[in-house]
Structures are given as C-alpha cells and as structure tokens.
Ligand binder design. Structure first.
Ligand SMILES: Cc1cc2nc3c(=O)[nH]c(=O)nc-3n(C[C@H](O)[C@H](O)[C@H](O)COP(=O)(O)OP(=O)(O)OC[C@H]3O[C@@H](n4cnc5c(N)ncnc54)[C@H](O)[C@@H]3O)c2cc1C
Length: 247
C-alpha cells in the first residue's frame, strides 16, 4: 500500500546526550493510538529514506514526538541529528503497530521494561488513562548504559506525583555505578530477584509485561519469564508478554 507522506515541521530538538535526542514536530497526521509507530523520512540524495519510530507523544497532544539514537554509520539517524527547529521532515500519515493497551490482557501488575530509546513508547502509553485505570500497580524499568541516558525524568516524576501509590520507577545503569539504581542488565535483575525486591511485587501470572528495546534484552527476558510460566501474548492465545523489537 502506498504511504501518504505528510510534510512536518520541527519545533524542538532536545539533545539528551551526544547521541540520544528527541524531535518534536507538527504535522497533520491521522489520529493514532498510544504505543503505535510512524515512519519518519528525509530526502537523501533525491530519495526519500524512512525508518519506523514509536511516538513518545500521546494522541491528545498537539505535537508529535519521537526519541532516537544517532546510530554510527546509520543511514537516516545521522541526518536526523543535523536537523534544526524550522527544518522539515516527512511523516507517515497513518500510524501503525499493535504495542497498544488494547492488545494487553487484564492483570494486576503491569511491568514496562525498556532499554535505551525503548522508553519512549512507554512515556506515550503512560500519558494516557488506560494503563492507570486497568492495573493496580505499574512498574516502569529503564535500562541504560550511562546515567545521562535516563531521559524524561520530569515527565516520569509527574507520573509518580499523579499516581503515588501505584507507580514504581526503577532505573538500571550498566556501564557506571550510580546511587539509587540497579547496576544490572534487566534479565540479570529478574534472575537475581532484585526487580521483584525493589518493586515489592512478585512476578506471577497476574503480571503483564510490555517489553521494548534491545533485542538481546528482549530475548533473554522472554526466556527467563518463560521459566516462570509466562508466555508471549498472541491474539490466538493470550499470554503475559507483549513486545516490540526495534531491530
Ligand atoms: C516498530 C519499530 C519502532 C521503532 N522505534 C524506534 C524509536 O522509537 N527510536 C529509535 O531510535 N529507533 C526506533 N526504531 C529503529 C529505527 O527504525 C531505525 O532502525 C534506527 O533509527 C536506525 O536507523 P538508521 O537508518 O540510522 O540505521 P540503519 O542504517 O538502518 O542501521 C540499523 C542498525 O541500527 C541499530 N539500531 C537501530 N535502532 C536502534 C536503537 N533504537 N538504538 C540503538 N541502535 C539501534 C541496529 O544495530 C540496527 O541493525 C524502531 C524500529 C521499529 C521496527
């Protein structure tokens, strides 16, 4: 199916680190659901080159936002990194994807596990009411290499302020030591039971997991959760693990 490209204008380019950044832009796209992704593209040597990006913005906001990492030798991201406020990019008019709350079965606890840019999609989901209305406890876990990659701290503090009794945010930094956070990969934090300890919640089948980020983290986590009897959630057979892989 042909993609309908919308010309969009950049209104903000936030540099979280040398290589991690988020872009806010305005474009007349069709309504989307939190958790979905769009495609963002630029004309490079006369050809429109695009890649998928999850929205960080939520459907009721009047701007669009993505977070990306400038991949060394990547085709698109080094060009995205050069963009300034007022520059244009192309956005797919119709968002896509099934990493949305309607696809997640009911449960008591919702674990949102992210590494790196995988955090963005959870920011979008948590800006909507559905996760808060449907789950008693929400545990957002963000794994990064260095602490300066822990983006969206203000937004996350607001989630905590608005939902003090049901929100738990756990950071884990793997390449340096930082107080008040884990220094383990997410799978190791599950295996050692550190995550359960910190959250004060046992992982049983009343937990739903949404996982997004590095494919090795996702594969290792799915394997570990499998040992606890939790399986992938499929439309044909509901389960406890819903995931989105970026590469
Ligand atoms: C459904 C979906 C949603 C996505 N959402 C996001 C998003 O919200 N943010 C985002 O940064 N990327 C996201 N991606 C990945 C994105 O589409 C691109 O692959 C990425 O930006 C690299 O593009 P590039 O042209 O610069 O690199 P390419 O030349 O296409 O090189 C691809 C390589 O870049 C690396 N890579 C890709 N994505 C990442 C990443 N996020 N972090 C670290 N290394 C990476 C991998 O080694 C991959 O093999 C998503 C992918 C999919 C399929």
């Amino acid at each position: 199916m042909a993609i309908n490209w919308i010309e969009s204008e950049i209104i903000e380019h936030v540099r979280w680190t040398d290589v991690l950044a988020s872009l806010k832009f305005k474009g007349d796209v069709l309504p989307y659901t939190a958790g979905q992704f769009t495609k963002v593209g630029l004309k490079i040597d006369g050809e429109l080159i695009s890649r998928p990006y999850s929205y960080v913005s939520s459907p009721n906001e009047d701007f669009l936002e993505i977070i990306y990492v400038n991949v060394p030798d990547g085709v698109l991201t080094p060009k995205l990194h050069d963009l300034k406020v007022g520059d244009k990019l192309f956005t797919m008019d119709k968002a896509s994807g099934f990493f949305v709350m309607d696809e997640v079965p009911d449960g008591k606890n919702l674990w949102m596990l992210a590494t790196g840019t995988g955090l963005g999609v959870f920011i979008s989901l948590l800006k909507t009411s559905a996760p808060w209305e449907r789950f008693d406890n929400i545990i957002l876990v963000h794994g990064v290499r260095n602490h300066n990659e822990l983006a969206y701290q203000e937004q996350i503090s607001e989630f905590k302020k608005n939902n003090p009794s049901k929100f738990n945010y756990i950071q884990t930094v793997t390449r340096e030591t930082k107080d008040d956070c884990l220094n383990l990969r997410i799978p190791a934090a599950i295996e050692s039971k550190k995550l359960e300890e910190l959250a004060g919640i046992n992982i049983t089948n009343d937990s739903q997991f949404m996982i997004c980020g590095n494919p090795d983290m996702i594969n290792d986590t799915v394997e570990l959760l499998g040992k606890k009897g939790l399986e992938r959630n499929r439309r044909s057979k509901p389960g406890n693990i819903t995931l989105e892989k970026y590469w």
